[in-house]
Design a protein around this ligand. Sequence first.
Ligand code: SF4
Ligand code: SF4
Length: 445
Amino acid sequence: MSEKQSDRRDAAELRDVFTGEPLDLRPGSDDCYKCSTCDTECPVAEVDDEFPGPKFQGPEQWRLKRKEDHDIDDSIMSCSNCMRCDSACPSDVPLSGMHNTARGEYVEEEMSKFSREYIRNRILANYGRLAPLGAKFPRLANFVMGLSVTKTAYEKLLGIAGEREFPAFAEQTFTDWWEERGGNAASKRRAREAREERGGDEDADKKVAYFHGDYSNFNTPEVAKSMVRVYEEFGYEVVVPEQRCSGTPMFANGMLDDAKRAAKFNIETFAALVEQGYDVICSCTSCSMALRQEYPELYSFDGTAKVAANTFEALEYLRINEDLDGALANSSVPESEFGTLAYHAPCHARNQGLDGQAVELLSALDGTDPVDVGDSCSGISGTYGWKEEKYDTSMKIGEEMFDHMEESGGETGMTECPTCAMQMNHGTGYDIRHPLEVLDAALVS
Ligand code: SF4
Ligand code: SF4
């Protein structure tokens, strides 16, 4: 998180957009001095001439609302929620808060709840509710989801882009693996053993609560397992509480009631753990952004600020608290496994000031050569690129990243965001890894 955003968070007066009272965003819109920096940073506006851009979606809509009975413009549904405008604004206008609020109002008041678009968006936004079904019978689900007839049916009936490959369900979810391994008690024991081996204080109070998110649970448990192994190696006891989706896909689709329920559950769960001395760790940069930025912008539940202030991205936390550079300087990974890693920084990592850390950190490691492929957006933005009518825009935005990946000379990509990983693989065919998997290979496995 940038210093500016951190200051904003610390100074934020928590507000609840669901009180039924109209949300007053005038102070934010009055801070806009129309420099248009946000518009020049918007990847959707760059490839779609009809999209009016973030300045219109944010401050201008709220000014219009103040003057007259103005309906939210339907172009708000073309904003991908990448949040690049948010970090670009020199005047600290709360653009993402304005967009989330406008989208919620548009969906609530102007979108038919029986329309194909609403049903499709609700399904995409609530992946975590549907995924347990597929995860129960992963082979069957993967077979059926991979059939061309299934993709055609989804495209025709729901408007989900037929060009996309459905992500495969893992044979075993992360949480099943976690329970089978012995759960929180086993982690406590392993962390203590690691502290003993390192000659440190075996009774040190090193403990973290893991927010793994849905995708690491159902589709890429190898990322979550790496997170656990790496943290235990540094002597941290990991706990994995029951949790809901962070809400990012719900905000992005204007499903604010769904997002509110998920956020309330997560805030209550993790605030109780923060009270007990745990820090909250996320392996997905969109999840860490939701907990530390979107929740305090939108909610005033007890514990919201506490969770936000004690949430960290997984690498960021280790860099702050451990000598990660020192540990990596004496380590290596098999060159055949990683080689040149074409790294893409997710927009949501950029928004938290985390875009440079993976390449900087892993450059010291023998056996791999991470290359930053530049600051373009991947274009998928969670559920955005899955929509039939947004697919072409999503791929046009992603072109620059695909080109840079191919120019990097590697065949493996790296990123912290699961949907950016899907887009990277879709556009180049590269295998995509998470930085935690590289750390795991270097320090533990
Ligand atoms: S960058 Fe900020 S100040 Fe400039 S036009 Fe956009 S919202 Fe207004
Ligand atoms: S969130 Fe991204 S797509 Fe939406 S207006 Fe801002 S820069 Fe554009």
